[in-house]
Design a protein. Sequence first.
Length: 229
Amino acid sequence: MFYWLMKYVVVGPVLRGIFRPWVVGLDNIPAGGAVILASNHLSFIDSVFLPLIVDRHVSFLAKSDYFTRKGLKGWATKTFMKATGQLPIDRSGGKASEASLNTGLAVLARGEILGIYPEGTRSPDGKLYRGRTGVARMILEAGVPVVPVAMVDTADIMPIGTRVPKIGRIGIIIGEPLDFSRFDGMEGDRFILRSVTDEIMYELHALGAQEYVDVYASTVKEKRASLSR
């Protein structure tokens, strides 16, 4: 109830009026049943505007840090994350990764929409980076279609490190659903997982025309952080 109230009454109309998002291919999202929206990730507001334009409930897996911050600001952040349908996950790896997978599978088991960023983190420079195979494992285990989504110009509106977005238009391009049922039962094959992931990244590249770099975005971030010390 809180999610729909924020989306259609409190926050949604205001955001639509200010940022006037344009959308292509909205009818490519199935009207019912479990589906994964696999999107590029340019800005924090990607997780706000994509659910805003989809008529169905969309859940995103978000860093647990957003839900554990202290004080009034922490409460506001947690409330906002819940209002936009985001679920806390631990990205530390190992058992935490397995728990994240199960969280996503639970959303899909309910026949809902799950939003995922295959790159695993925001792009540090607007380029499209190599996808993590965890998304492929989830796709094959759940046996659901995948809809590629390209967010456009969200990094210009709210770059990494900023707290308040600038006024401007953002775009959302939604591609046709991808069917990976030919790989049923092969979620344990790392070569298949890489193949599925690469196919998704190829579709994202085709939709958004971002420059593609075949390394992980997290690796680029780590290198930049070490150089700045």
